[in-house]
Design a protein around this ligand. Structure first.
Ligand code: DMJ
Length: 582
């Protein structure tokens, strides 16, 4: 830890160091999570998630591919890319026959689950068949996070030596496709403000009389994918367009550092002044911190810090987040939305673990109340919203659960993941895939398996139980769950010392800590394994917890940690560990 210190260590650097180092250093040695019984359970659960993914994936291939998404109940398909974000289903093209959206969205999940053979098959199918010169009007944000992000991430994974493709030589075909798509996005940015139109036709550009209305997330969360595309191609136009839009958007914030939800890209005026952390805004916040980590720009950190404090000050009420007017900070809507459940995950990035934990627990309570998370829930009446009663297999709660587990190693989060997995299997699994839920009160199903179920929901649940993909490497996951590597060569400001290209992984930090001279000095240690003396160190100061499963009611039920010789305490979730008192 100390070897990373530097006299210019900024808050931003600390945020990154927190993200990458502290989960093992500061929070817990989490003997319970490392217990062999937990390991066996994690293995079992990861296999169950894998089954879930392949049930969704195989059915998509059988009944829907190469169309966009599967209709699991009728075992048919929908060419839904043109419908995403298109509430009134306007300007749909009869000719559009899909762009294999679910296949693109599945690429990084296949790699994470270790199926390089299928990944390769998919990569070469796309290389030989995918083309974007298609008359289809798409939502820029949706197409960016799902298609561009899916391709850029898969290109990086395909060129990673550990995923060597064997069938034929990979000639950067996915990158060429991504570049072609990126160029088709650029006309959308041709506005007086630099804020992009929400809609662009992939063949013809922006339609005449296109609506100038877009959302904050729609124009403020393009930087990861478009920035990565610029870094990979050396063509700065994509990153510049996204950055210009982001800067313009940020300049439109109120004096309270709040933004609205919708705006006019031609005039740069707000349309909807009420906003929160959910629909229409969510990934804007997420991309500020993730862009900082990916590109090492202090500018993103400064924006994030102000925006984050604005959220905590004006939207937060205990563990809940309501909406407020960006001009006055006065509360407008007291509603929990399913999309808000990503927020505890963002809080993990800045080390706000206590706040993240308490909100996550409330989200999970609502999940438990219904069996899944309703799209909208009225906080004051504690009931589901009269019309937005659906659950379209969204990933956000699984995503936060994964990040909180990484930060705390509290096995309780695995129980949360298990419960979510069981609910998904119980309520949404049908013979032809996984269906959305139309009404959480009746569990009536809807014939749609969204591509993000494969890109995110399955992926985060899998990573919760098997994070071996992250071993030795560090990734930022886009808002659609596609991994992008944290590379020192993409960093503007942070020196090599902070972000070496052979970046230390959680695992190696953990190993290093186990064998450090410091811990040996504090805790006289006895190597149990003479062949690998650095492993399985038992400490003389180790005192067992009262119960074998490390459950506790009070601190008194907990023993002494063998690595630090510190007394373990009882977490809010009722487990013994080395919890940081915040
Ligand atoms: C995904 O497409 C992305 O996570 C996006 O940011 C908003 N939410 C959906 C899934 O719920």
């Amino acid at each position: 830890m100390l070897s990373y210190s530097h006299k210019n260590t900024s808050t931003a650097t600390w945020a990154i160091m927190f993200l990458l180092i502290s989960p093992t250093i500061f929070f817990t040695s989490s003997i319970s999570a490392l217990d062999p019984r937990w390991a066996a359970k994690r293995k079992r659960m990861s296999l169950k998630v894998r089954d879930m993914f392949y049930h969704a994936y195989d059915n998509y291939l059988t009944h829907a591919f190469p169309h966009d998404e599967l209709k699991p109940m009728s075992k048919s398909f929908t060419d839904s890319l043109s419908e995403l974000g298109n509430l009134k289903l306007e300007h749909l093209s009869e000719q559009y026959k899909g762009l294999a959206l679910t296949l693109i969205e599945s690429l990084s999940s296949l790699v994470i689950m270790g199926n390089i053979t299928e990944f390769e098959r998919a990569v070469y199918w796309l290389a030989d068949n995918l083309a974007f010169d298609v008359d289809v009007r798409v939502n820029l944000f949706e197409c960016n996070i799902r298609v561009l992000g899916g391709l850029v991430s898969a290109h990086i994974l395909a060129t990673d030596s550990t995923n060597r493709l064997g069938q034929r030589v990979y000639n950067n075909e996915l990158l060429s496709l991504a570049q072609d798509l990126g160029q088709r996005f650029l006309p959308a940015f041709d506005t007086p403000t630099g804020l992009p139109y929400a809609w662009v036709n992939l063949k013809y550009g922006v339609m005449e009389n296109e609506t100038p209305e877009t959302s904050t997330s729609g124009c403020g969360s393009l930087i990861l994918e478009m920035g990565a595309l610029s870094r990979l191609t050396g063509d700065g136009r994509y990153e510049n367009a996204a950055l210009r839009a982001l800067r313009k958007l940020w300049s439109m914030r109120s004096s309270l550092n709040l933004l609205g939800t919708t705006l006019d890209v031609e005039t740069g005026n707000w349309i909807e002044h009420s906003s929160g952390i959910g629909a229409g805004v969510d990934s804007f916040y997420e991309y500020l911190i993730k862009a900082h980590i990916l590109f090492g720009k202090d500018e993103f950190w400064m924006m994030f810090q102000s925006a984050y404090l604005g959220v905590q000050k004006y939207f937060r009420h205990g563990p809940w987040y309501h909406e407020a007017d960006m001009r006055t900070g006065m509360a407008t809507y007291w509603q929990l939305t399913s999309l808000q459940a990503f927020w505890p995950g963002v809080q993990v990035f800045v080390g706000d673990i206590a706040a993240a934990n308490s909100s996550h627990r409330e989200f999970f309570h609502v999940w438990e109340k219904y069996g899944v998370l309703p799209e909208r829930y009225l906080l004051d009446q504690q009931v589901v919203h009269p019309t937005e009663r659906y659950y379209p297999l969204r990933p956000e709660l699984a995503e936060s659960t994964f990040y909180l587990y990484q930060a705390t190693k509290d096995p309780w989060y695995m129980e949360v993941g298990e419960s979510m997995l069981n609910s998904l299997n119980q309520y949404t699994k049908v013979e032809g895939g996984f269906a959305s839920i139309k009404d959480v009160a009746t569990m009536q199903l809807e014939d749609h398996q969204h591509s993000f179920f494969l890109a995110e929901t399955c992926k985060y649940l899998y990573l919760l139980f098997d994070d071996s993909f992250l071993s030795g490497r560090n990734y930022i996951f886009t808002t659609e769950g596609h991994p992008l590597p944290v590379l020192s060569s993409w960093h503007e400001r942070l020196p090599q010392t902070y972000l070496p290209s052979n970046w230390t992984s959680f695992e190696s930090i953990h190993q290093a800590r186990q064998t450090s001279a410091m811990s040996s000095r504090i805790c006289p240690a006895i190597p149990l394994n003479s062949q690998h003396p650095n492993q399985q160190i038992e400490s003389a100061c180790h005192v067992l917890d009262a119960r074998e499963d490390h459950r506790c009611l009070t601190d008194e039920d907990c023993g002494v940690d063998g690595m630090s010789c510190r007394r373990r305490s009882c977490s809010v979730a009722g487990y013994c560990g080395l919890w940081l008192r915040l």
